[in-house]
Design a protein. Structure first.
Length: 306
């Protein structure tokens, strides 16, 4: 069974995407190999036309989002759950399949630090982290808050997040993991090209309304273009383009302006956290569906005769 998730070119790591091997190898040890007859679609906005054709396709907690089209779902698909009600509606499947993002299962895998080092930290979207590179660290320093780079190794991000009192998150899986680990969070938006659908989809699962706080940069940072990851080609081009092409064009006054906006958001915005009963309910439901998947594997449901 092949574990399918988005991978950036040139070996660039992204926290949200790389949660896949980190979580699934722990919850389903020995389950995955390079056999493409069965595809396991897990964490990410992966439900689009790019999913490779397989004899059987498993969906566990993924969401609709990127891509221009939806996948062709037929009898070869086994959907255990999707990220939220919007994904279920878009796919035309039962709303009973809408649970939450499967990254929430990290609650059973990671023991967070008890000591808090940072009052606030900011985690940008991966595409913005690539484009901005070290400039984001500078902006956060000027704002007086810590910086968490989604390109860091999983353990480093988890450690930094768990030592933070409130996370300002443009990276959605930063917010998802923060909420799962009981770290209050504030959604932040720095570009009109971001995709609100996936946020709304996930937030609906935890009974939260998505209302981002805006840090609007100079247009030189993010020239007009497609929505983030609207195509694989876009993400590849994002990596190829030198980040300095955009951030060298930003005057010192612009970075200071963004820093002031971030600092103001941290000081004045009310942090968000789903209720303990709701997040635990969703975690248990994910566990039950994961157990059903294990039973299906054991019964030979995904066995191929050829």
């Amino acid at each position: 069974m092949k574990l399918y998730y988005f991978r950036f070119p040139n070996g660039i790591s992204n926290f949200g995407d790389n949660l896949n091997p980190w979580i699934w190898d722990r919850l389903l040890p020995g389950m995955f190999d390079e056999d493409k007859k069965t595809t396991f679609v897990g964490i990410g906005s992966l439900l689009n036309e790019y999913i490779p054709k397989a004899q059987k396709t498993v969906v566990f907690g993924s969401g609709v989002g990127y891509g221009k089209g939806l996948p062709n779902i037929d009898q070869s698909w086994k959907i255990y759950c999707v990220r939220g009600k919007l994904s279920a509606k878009a796919l035309g499947v039962s709303s009973e399949l809408a649970v939450t993002d499967s990254a929430v299962l990290i609650r059973r895998l990671y023991q967070q630090a008890s000591n808090k080092v940072n009052q606030f930290a900011y985690m940008p979207h991966i595409d913005h982290a690539i484009r901005g590179d070290s400039s984001w660290k500078l902006i956060c320093e000027q704002a007086g808050i810590a910086y968490i780079d989604p390109r860091w190794p999983i353990e480093q991000v988890l450690s930094a997040m768990s030592q933070t009192e409130v996370l300002l998150a443009e990276a959605m899986h930063g917010a998802i993991i923060a909420d799962a680990l009981r770290v209050p969070w504030i959604p932040v938006l720095t570009s009109a090209r971001m995709l609100p659908f996936k946020w709304q989809d996930w937030c609906s699962s935890i009974d939260i309304e998505y209302k981002p706080q805006y840090v609007m940069p100079d247009s030189k940072l993010y020239p007009p273009g497609p929505r983030m990851r609207s195509s694989w080609r876009y993400s590849i081009n994002c990596v190829k383009q030198a980040p300095q092409r955009f951030f060298k064009a930003v005057w010192e006054g612009e970075t200071k302006k963004m820093a002031m906006q971030l600092a103001d958001i941290a000081k004045t915005s009310k942090p968000i956290l789903s209720s303990e009963s709701r997040i635990e309910q969703l975690t248990v439901e994910l566990e039950e569906r994961l157990e059903q998947f294990k039973q299906d594997v054991a019964s030979g449901y995904f066995h191929h005769s050829d």
